[in-house]
Design a protein around this ligand. Structure first.
Ligand code: SF4
Length: 490
């Protein structure tokens, strides 16, 4: 079937065909500062990591105040809310759900939990792989749960072990020894800020300083930049920090394992103006584009990127190949996840919610289109059709990551293995499915090299099946149903 004959559901859909991010976390300890407002701005910078809900909790030494709701950051917080969030310690969260319902207010974070006379507010980025086992154990001893998230299980464990040790740090330490999976957590009490990271360091977490006025922790460095904080360092794998009146205290709460930062942060998730592993995401993406231009050259008139994540790579491809770069697609920037779907009538009119092609730029051209990844394949198929409709005479897809063949269990929604087109079709079959004149992916080696690091410093599991943190069989079963390729490399 001609792809253009299909309903343009991707262009309308509120479910993108990229892997979907799983939360941004942010925290401030800064006596004398408007920490609620600083956190609000920090969450704006981290909005790309989660658009389903947002929340901020603030501590003033005596109590915690919380505002959270479903929706984007500017939809959730009114100016008057920020006035009530008065104190010197704060934690914020933007959420995309990988566990738990996305429409349940209780699942929005930060999550409040009582520990004896104190309260904690916890924000988590990542995904635990032994949640079911831990929930069953806790329910067995009479502990009740309000939400369906792994973050609540974590908060409940912290509560339980804090009471046992009479120490919050002791409680966090024992919790970190029990939970398995990916977690970058920011947590506050009335008096202190805590942040901790899983022993493999899968999800990012950075520490910054507010020019002698306090400390900031953030999923990405772009969160530090927006509040004028200076980057200090990344939190170490297995590290726990506490920031209070006594200053910053750090400990290796659990032994660090092989570093396994998520490679998809470099390919797609993180903002291009962030820095990870001392590497500019923009520069890494540009080099990925240049590398695919070297490994899969093509004769063409124009290079375009799929905005926004494909743009730096398209620039790199153009510089390396000598083919001019141009903007061929304009993104409707403010549509986002609005919870308002177009009616069937509007759907039939084919309104384009996400991207609009620039016909006068594309018409009559042989176009190279650079994108970060192909997951289910629907996006690329619709995209190729869109470019042909706009007059492109040839469409050559260049992808700055290898085929995605394995599901993610560490906090990124990449669907089940049978829904991953790279797992079920060869490159030629994918090219035919999406209707492109040619298709080429970047190799694992070139992708890693573009970041200036070694492969053994990353999680590459969705490309290689080599999962750095063991996945329990029961969890694996739900997502890896394909005969013969359902066994990870280790
Ligand atoms: S499996 Fe893929 S998306 Fe998930 S953490 Fe590893 S590299 Fe990132």
């Amino acid at each position: 079937m001609n792809p253009t004959e299909e309903p343009n559901d991707w262009i309308l859909s509120d479910r993108p065909d990229n892997p979907e991010e799983a939360c941004g976390v942010f925290g401030v300890y800064a006596p004398g500062e408007q920490v609620g407002r600083l956190t609000y701005f920090g969450l704006h910078a981290l909005q790309h990591r989660g658009q389903e809900s947002a929340g901020i909790a603030v501590g003033d030494g005596h109590a915690l105040m919380l505002v959270k709701d479903l929706g984007l950051v500017p939809q959730v917080f009114k100016d008057s809310d920020l006035d009530t969030l008065d104190g010197h310690i704060s934690v914020g969260h933007t959420r995309y759900s990988t566990t738990g319902s996305s429409t349940n207010w209780e699942n929005a974070q930060p999550m409040l939990s009582s520990i004896g006379p104190n309260t904690i507010a916890l924000a988590h980025n990542g995904n635990l792989v032994n949640t079911v086992e831990l929930r069953d154990r806790l329910k067995g001893v009479g502990i009740k749960f309000r939400s369906t998230t792994d973050s609540e299980v974590m908060a409940t464990l912290v509560d339980h072990f804090t009471q046992k040790h009479h120490s919050l740090r002791g409680g966090i330490r024992e919790t970190m020894g029990l939970i398995k999976g990916a977690y970058s957590v920011v947590m506050i009490t009335e008096e202190a800020l805590y942040a901790f990271r899983d022993p493999s360091g899968v999800r990012p977490l950075v520490l910054g300083k507010l020019d002698g006025r306090g400390w900031v922790v953030s999923s990405e460095t772009c969160g530090l930049d927006i509040v004028g904080a200076e980057f200090v360092r990344e939190l170490g794998a297995g590290e726990l920090i506490k920031i209070s009146e006594a200053g910053l205290e750090s400990e290796q709460a659990v032994p660090a394992q092989r570093p396994s930062l998520c490679m998809f942060e470099f390919v797609y998730f993180a903002r291009p103006d962030s820095v990870m592993y001392d590497c500019s995401l923009y520069a890494a993406r540009q080099e990925m584009g240049a590398a695919v231009a070297r490994s899969a050259p093509v004769e063409a008139d124009l290079v375009i990127g799929v905005p926004d994540s494909g743009t730096p790579s398209a620039v790199g491809f153009a510089q390396e190949s000598g083919i001019p770069f141009g903007e061929g697609l304009i993104k409707n920037r403010y549509v986002g996840r609005t919870f308002i779907s177009p009616s069937e009538h509007l759907r039939q009119q084919g309104i384009r919610l996400k991207l609009n092609p620039l016909k006068h730029i594309l018409a009559g051209k042989r176009v190279v289109v650079v994108d970060d990844s192909i997951v289910r394949g629907n996006t690329s198929r619709k995209l190729v059709a869109l470019l042909r409709d706009a007059g492109a005479t040839e469409v050559h897809m260049r992808i700055t990551s290898p085929p995605v063949k394995w599901p993610c269990f560490y906090g990124i929604d990449t669907d089940t293995q049978e829904q991953l087109i790279g797992a079920v079709k060869s490159v030629d079959e994918v090219r035919d499915f999406i209707g492109a004149d040619s298709l080429a992916y970047l190799s694992v080696e070139d992708m890693v090299a573009a970041t200036g690091r070694r492969a053994d410093e990353y999680c590459l599991a969705c490309f290689t099946g080599d999962y750095p943190i063991e996945i329990p069989d029961a969890v694996k079963k739900g997502k890896m149903a394909l005969e013969g390729i359902g066994t990870p490399a280790r």
